[in-house]
Write a protein that binds this ligand. Structure first.
Ligand SMILES: Nc1ncnc2c1ncn2[C@@H]1O[C@H](COP(=O)(O)OP(=O)(O)OP(=O)(O)O)[C@@H](O)[C@H]1O
Ligand SMILES: [Mg+2]
Length: 351
């Protein structure tokens, strides 16, 4: 049966995640899901350094999972994207279409010729003849680079989204979006941390900070004077030989310290939101991303911000056939899958 959903493709610094969903009368059903690791330095600070490797892994991912759908939804994050909430006089979508480029010029710190501009009306009746609009600008060169790689893998990128919006879509699918209170969605990846504060039932503030799990890998590599790959292994393993030797205890100690740095950065961003918002109390935090598993992070956020941290499980409301998908594996994959699942919800022809 044909589905109208594109395949969600989250091309991260440490791995690619692929998710394919079919809408059924009982809700969204998972058709395919997999992840594939990328060698270090394939992507660095959001820049593709090794396109051939990326193309090869993309092809492997689709062949191994026998996914025939070629239309994909991809996403951007980090410095190449700017998202701003602006208040505009109430107007029709057609009027806004004409005006958006001009508005963007005043709010976006890039040369307008170098960016693609898009928008979403999030609050059509903010009051007093005003409406709230999310303005999104992404660097054309960065989009092109990603699109070229995806096309080279014989895939057709029909949607280009933004990580923090994809997380919102995952959240919306699996949890009730609170109408009154504010919650923060936080995705802590390998090199970037996406924050999306949801208030009044919509995205109100987003920020990407360029810190993540790599901070801890770098620190372990330095402290133990080991190659980066070994440090990465040390932090994600529970091997008994390592735990017997006390190495894991030391890794844990370093992790607690590095997590404090991450908490500082997250707190700074949320403080910035609080300074600009009217109703700035954040009632809960939904955490995802591989580095959310890092020792000390959840506890650190809860302690510092005094807010309950919940896991943003992107499969909570999704039909996952236990005959096709290993339950334990899916549970393990849940933290890193929020962006891919959010992208998999996108339809052809979506903005
Ligand atoms: N059990 C674990 N303990 C600590 N860190 C972990 C664990 N599992 C994964 N990580 C870390 O999570 C990170 C990968 O997470 P994720 O897949 O969300 O990032 P990414 O999407 O590849 O990167 P980015 O979004 O920053 O480009 C890596 O830094 C990895 O070391
Ligand atoms: Mg990521």
């Amino acid at each position: 049966m044909a589905t109208r959903n594109a395949v969600g493709l989250d091309i991260g610094t440490s791995s690619i995640k692929m998710a394919h969903i079919k809408e059924t009368s009982k809700g969204p059903q998972l058709l395919a899901f997999d992840t594939i690791m990328l060698p270090p330095d394939t992507i660095k600070d959001g820049v593709i350094l090794n396109a051939p490797v990326l193309v090869k892994r993309l092809q492997e991912l689709f062949t191994q999972n026998k996914v025939r759908e070629r239309r994909v939804a991809i996403s951007l994050s980090g410095h190449s994207v700017i998202i701003k909430k602006i208040a505009l006089p109430e107007m029709s979508a057609a009027e806004l279409d004409e005006q958006i480029q001009w508005e963007a010029e005043q709010y976006i710190p890039f040369d307008i010729k170098d960016v693609n501009v898009d928008y979403e009306i999030i609050n059509p009746r903010a009051g007093q003849g005003q409406m709230d609009v999310l303005l999104v600008a992404a660097k054309k060169a960065v989009i092109q680079e990603l699109v070229d790689v995806v096309r080279a893998a014989k895939l057709d990128p029909v949607v280009v989204d933004v990580d923090s919006f994809a997380i919102y879509n995952s959240f919306e699918l699996n949890f009730a979006v609170p109408k009154e209170e504010a919650v923060a969605l936080i995705n802590v990846g390998a090199s970037t941390c996406n924050i999306n504060v949801v208030a009044d039932g919509a995205t109100s503030f987003t920020r990407d900070i360029t810190v993540g799990g790599n901070l801890l890998t770098d620190e372990i590599a330095k402290q133990f004077a080991v190659p980066w790959e070994e440090a990465e292994h040390m932090k994600t393993t529970s091997e008994t030989t390592l735990s017997m030797s006390g190495v894991l205890r030391e890794v844990q100690r370093i992790s607690l310290r590095v997590s404090e740095t991450l908490v500082n950065e997250i707190q700074r961003s949320l403080d910035f939101f609080a300074a600009t918002a009217m109703n700035s109390d954040i009632n809960a935090i939904y955490l995802c991303g591989g580095a959310a598993l890092q020792a000390g992070l959840i506890e650190g956020i809860e302690r510092r911000l005094g807010v309950t941290v919940r896991a943003l499980n992107p499969f909570a409301n999704v039909i996952v056939d236990p005959k096709k998908f290993d339950a334990q594996l899916m549970q393990r994959m849940a933290p890193v899958s929020a962006v891919a699942m959010g992208l998999a919800l996108r339809r052809m022809g979506d903005r």
